[in-house]
Design a protein around this ligand. Structure first.
Ligand code: XUL
Length: 525
């Protein structure tokens, strides 16, 4: 007998669904709705509203509402057995916020299946557009909040992260400052995640601790709203925020709207949604101390499980509550593939040439160092781009290929040292992880075995696994997280790359040189 759980993922560009059968450990259905294509009438590009100001990045929340009807209609056509789904949870792009007026609560309770979701919810917004994680227009508000909370170190200690432009608190503060009348008309502020859960459950949903950690508003240790942070952000804010809840919290049974329209069972449980990064942590299977993943994309992201709450007092890395109730970290390096591709282009190489050049050079690159800040960097914070070479000939093709990768990996090692957790394994994902030369440098620099995993849709899978976990918990049949993820998340067979002792020893010294070069350039800036 199958045990079906639905995981949804509302990302920047699409809404995706994964249905898993927990008993057979299989993904039995997957589908994605692309906003630009399927909902072209909202005129988004890559899921966001074009704006002449590059700092302003908003999306229309009504588009997200409509995408749910479009997705479920397709799933119905595909004969997904909605009536057998036991529980649903979801993953939302983190930090984005939705502003609701006094009509929202009633409209959610009374969703009318004779109308579409947009027909039901068109009038519930006090702000027509939602700032999302790509928005970086709130530098002034970050400075104000950081100052009110006592500086970078204090802000990180209190909320898990320094104040960041895309985080929800600074975004709310800007809304309050620039549109005070609309702020006053706002009765409820939701995250993308809690907004979608509210529609499914037909009532305002709590914000889960994981996504709540990305707001600069939650006390990262107590997992409650932080009174000082609320005060530093905007007046009367507490009354506009929902309660916070653990990631296993059931919001309620699914709204009758979905029962009548699509044939869900009235008993289907809706769990709180979480952010895409906490969901991906589970989707990739990082549930134990020492488990870390590095995703090699346009930007490189290091994320990992933390048993205890420990924050980065330099304010570069983020700490979020993990779905397990423990913690996770996320450190984003902007110059990932972006930097590797720039070297590739500069020397007219293909990826296979790049790999050959890496193999033709020796670990340590004879002391040659490259700081790969082709674009402004997030970690470490570098506002003005610049590529800096030390003991490195800018025309030496092979040495530059090695230097960009070694530089990136050494930077990851240096800027994740605050976690004080030596990884037992690193799981490499993302486009760049097919390059084994690159993974060897990663293993040698981090002095840790690297395994490759394929994780398309890791956030939706993580959401489905969270739904399973929460459902079993509510049935008083709690399952250990190891059981929950077993069979759904596993490395690519024979993909393990082990660190080489001599190379690791050499990097142990070279990181000090890299750190000195970095410090020297940061001091100049
Ligand atoms: C994390 C972040 C992004 C978004 C969208 O801090 O901004 O990863 O969650 O994916």
């Amino acid at each position: 007998m199958a045990k079906l759980f639905l995981g949804l993922d509302l990302s920047t560009q699409s809404l995706s669904a994964i249905v898993i059968d927990y008993n057979s450990r299989r993904v039995v259905y997957e589908h994605s709705i692309n906003f630009d294509k399927a909902l072209a009438h909202y005129r988004t590009r890559y899921g966001v509203l074009p704006d002449p100001d590059p700092l302003l990045v908003h999306s229309p929340p009504l588009m997200w509402v409509e995408s749910l009807d479009v997705l479920f209609a397709q799933m119905k056509r595909d004969d997904v057995p909605f009536c057998d789904i036991l529980a649903i949870s979801g993953s939302g792009q983190q930090h984005g916020s939705v502003y609701l007026n006094s009509r929202a609560d009633l409209a959610l309770h009374k969703l009318n299946p004779a109308k579409s979701l947009t027909g039901n919810l068109r009038g519930v917004f006090s702000r027509a557009t939602s700032p999302i994680w790509m928005d970086s227009s709130t530098s002034a508000e970050c400075t104000e909040i950081r100052a009110a909370l006592g500086g970078v170190k204090a802000t990180s200690r209190k909320t898990g992260s320094d104040a960041f432009e895309r985080f929800t608190g600074p975004q709310i503060r800007k809304f309050y400052k620039t549109e005070p009348e609309k702020y006053a008309l706002t009765t409820d502020i939701a995250l993308v995640s809690s907004f979608m859960a509210s529609i499914l459950a037909g009532k305002i949903s709590p914000i889960d601790h994981g996504d709540g950690s990305g707001m600069n508003l939650m006390d990262i240790r107590k997992k409650t709203w932080h009174p000082e942070a609320l005060k530093a952000t905007a007046p009367r804010l507490r009354g506009k925020l929902p309660p916070l809840a653990a990631s296993s919290k059931i919001v309620g049974n699914i709204s009758p709207y979905f029962v009548k329209k699509y044939g869900f069972s009235a008993d289907t449980k809706v769990l709180v949604w979480s952010g895409d990064n906490p969901c991906s942590l589970i989707g990739v299977g990082l549930i134990k101390k020492g488990m870390m993943a590095i995703s090699l994309g346009t930007s490189d992201t290091l994320f990992g499980y933390l048993k205890r709450c420990r924050v980065d007092e330099r304010g570069e890395g983020h700490v979020f509550v993990a779905p397990t109730g423990d913690y996770m970290t996320l450190i984003c390096f902007k110059n990932g593939s972006l930097a590797r591709e720039r070297i590739l282009k500069q020397f007219g190489l293909t990826w296979s040439d790049f790999d050959k050049q890496l193999r033709a050079t020796r670990p340590g690159n004879n002391g040659g160092i490259l700081l790969p800040w082709f674009a402004p960097e997030i970690v470490p914070r570098v506002a003005r781009p610049g590529v800096h070479r030390f003991d490195l000939d800018p025309n030496d093709v092979a040495a530059n290929c090695r230097a960009v990768v070694e530089g990136q990996m050494m930077s990851m090692r240096i800027h994740s040292a605050w976690m004080k957790t030596k990884p037992t394994h690193i799981y490499a994902t993302g486009g760049g992880s097919v390059n084994t030369g690159l993974l060897q440098v990663m293993a040698d620099v981090m002095n840790c075995p690297v395994r490759r995993i394929e994780v398309s849709k890791s956030a939706a899978l993580g959401a489905a696994l969270r739904a399973a976990h929460g459902w079993f918990l509510a049935e008083a049949e709690e399952q250990a997280w190891e059981n929950i993820v077993a069979g759904f998340t596993s490395p690519v067979p024979n993909s393990e790359i082990r660190p080489r002792a001599a190379a690791s020893r050499l990097y142990g010294k070279l990181v000090d040189k890299y750190a000195r070069c970095e410090q020297a350039e940061l001091a100049k800036a």
